[in-house]
Design a protein around this ligand. Structure first.
Ligand code: NAD
Ligand code: WQD
Length: 338
């Protein structure tokens, strides 16, 4: 199959390209490189020994996207492209709505025009807001507490409406929990610009000596050690989930929704300890006040994906920490400088 991957130069997209190429798919990446580096494409090709077509294009450029879609005769699109920083979305809501919503609308119009009606969308556990109970199933009520989360919720609704209007679409909404880790080769991984917002890249930069200490946002949550609990999932497990879901949506039209998580939560302190085991050094940390908007705990019920896709996460916390550290050590400054 020929798969267009929007945002394919980014963190989750690049790992998914590896899994697609490994399984014999042809891959066309569309990315404006606003939060990624072209080097990730070279690295994916190096890992797999296969080449991909790459278009540096912005989903906001409707003509460019229409041309790419009409020329490349794709079978399906996996849509990762979007802005993803929660805090930034609160200071730049219009930028987030424009990029994520308008970009998706342009993409969907281009797909419809080219007759490509199979779409896998990167949604997020953020659409569950602050869940009343755990674990979270796909039927939980949805809400969003920030503009980034609202873009995910709105795009889910847009895709539901599109499917209702034309049941020939094949659509999958994938709600990722907390992706971490890197490809086992250490050639691709997460490369945040500036100071990381997310826990694991932050820990990793402390371990390599680029940052002083981890700030643990609160130890007074109602959790066993008082720190936040999340369902961290290895990015390679997540990437494999995309290949399974493609097989599923190719078999019949419909709109399907899956949680992609491990079903198990780890606390902030457990992640720091896991990283200490991986890097063999002490990770300094300090307890600071809670980060506004954070919830105490969040983990998935991934049983629907297991039952219907035959997919489940197999990599452990130690795998996640080891692979993050391997990537960080080999690329202390990410893709920018070796
Ligand atoms: P990322 O920033 O590494 O990748 C996104 C890619 O999209 C980048 O390469 C960026 O350059 C590109 N992009 C952004 N806007 C674009 C536009 N208008 N046109 C073309 N390309 C554009 O992020 P990621 O972590 O790989 O996330 C991928 C997707 O998964 C995003 O939609 C994100 O919201 C979603 N998601 C991520 C997480 C997470 O924690 N990483 C969790 C849940 C959901
Ligand atoms: C994890 C835990 C923090 C940083 C975010 C988005 C979510 C999704 C995944 C896209 C929390 C604590 C963090 C630090 C800390 N992205 N923490 N010190 O907030 O669960 O999810 O990324 O869809 O939408 O909100 O992930 O890694 O930021 O935080 O103590 O320096 O680590 O309080 O308990 P989060 P995170």
């Amino acid at each position: 199959m020929k798969i267009v991957v929007t945002g394919g130069a980014g963190y989750i997209g690049s790992h998914t390209c590896v899994e697609l190429l490994t399984r014999g798919h042809e891959v066309v990446v569309v990315d404006n490189l606003s939060n990624s580096a072209k080097e990730s494409i070279n690295r994916v090709e190096k890992i797999t020994g296969k080449s991909m077509d790459f278009f540096k294009a912005d989903l906001l450029d409707k003509n460019a996207i229409c041309q790419i879609l009409s020329r490349c005769r794709a079978d399906a699109v996996i849509h990762f492209a979007g802005l993803k920083a929660v805090g930034e979305s609160m200071t730049m809501p219009l930028t987030y709505f424009h990029n994520n919503i308008t970009g998706t609308l342009n993409l969907l119009s281009a797909m419809a025009r080219a007759g490509v009606k199979k779409m896998v969308f990167s949604s997020s556990a953020t659409v569950y807001g602050d869940p009343a109970t755990l674990p979270i199933t796909e039927n939980f009520p949805l809400s969003a507490t920030n503009p980034y989360g609202r873009t995910k919720l709105m795009i889910e609704q847009i895709l539901q409406d599109l499917f209702r209007s034309d049941p020939q679409w094949h659509i999958a909404l994938l709600r990722y929990f907390n992706p971490v880790g890197a490809h086992a080769s250490g050639l691709i991984g997460e490369d945040p610009r500036g100071t990381p917002n997310n826990l694991v890249p932050y820990i990793s930069r402390v371990a390599i000596g680029l940052l002083d200490r981890v700030q643990v946002f609160g130890n007074d949550y109602d959790t066993p050690d008082g720190t936040g609990i999340r369902d961290f999932i290895h990015v390679t497990d997540l990437a494999c989930g995309h290949t399974r879901v493609l097989s599923k949506i190719f078999s019949s039209p419909g709109l399907v929704i899956y949680n992609l998580g491990t079903g198990r939560g780890f606390s902030v302190l457990e992640m720091i300890q896991g990283f200490e085991r991986a890097c063999g050094c002490t990770i300094p940390y300090e307890i600071v006040p809670r980060r506004p908007g954070d919830i105490a705990a969040c983990w998935a019920d991934p049983s629907r994906a297991k039952k219907e896709l035959g997919w489940e996460a197999v990599r452990t916390l130690d795998d996640m920490c080891r692979d993050t550290w391997n990537w960080q050590k080999k690329n202390p400054h990410g893709y920018a400088r070796l």
